[in-house]
Design a protein around this ligand. Structure first.
Ligand SMILES: [Zn+2]
Length: 119
């Protein structure tokens, strides 16, 4: 997969705008949680078809809401490869991936994510 610096920056900006939008709409408590989420955009996934990953310990809301060495990673390359140059589709896929990984961070499993359409 060819690395396009500009396209990675494009996905980084998409993610940043989505996070800002989420924070703007969130309750003060959730906005604070969103502030602590470490989100990074990398180009390539170690497993080729992944759009995102969550590493670490999900947030335990009952435990002071402290994030312990957790990390959300969005993979720009696979998202771009599968959106076929359609920016709206790229936007939709990136949003879904971001919500999926945020869901993991909040401690949701795949069944719960699917109910929310974040599968
Ligand atoms: Zn997952």
């Amino acid at each position: 997969m060819e690395h396009h610096e500009g396209m990675q920056t494009h996905v980084e900006r998409l993610v940043e705008v989505m996070l800002q939008d989420l924070r703007a709409k969130a309750s003060p408590e959730f906005a604070e949680i969103l502030e602590t989420i470490p989100v990074r955009v990398l180009w390539e996934s170690p497993e080729h078809d992944r759009y995102g990953d969550f590493f670490g310990v999900p947030l335990d809301m009952g435990n002071g809401g402290e994030a312990v060495a957790s990390d959300i990673i969005i993979y720009a390359g696979p998202l771009l490869a599968h959106s076929n140059g359609d920016d709206q589709e790229l936007h939709r896929m990136t949003h879904k991936t971001l919500m999926h990984e945020i869901g993991h961070y909040l401690g949701l499993d795949h069944a719960e994510l699917e109910k929310r359409g974040w599968n």
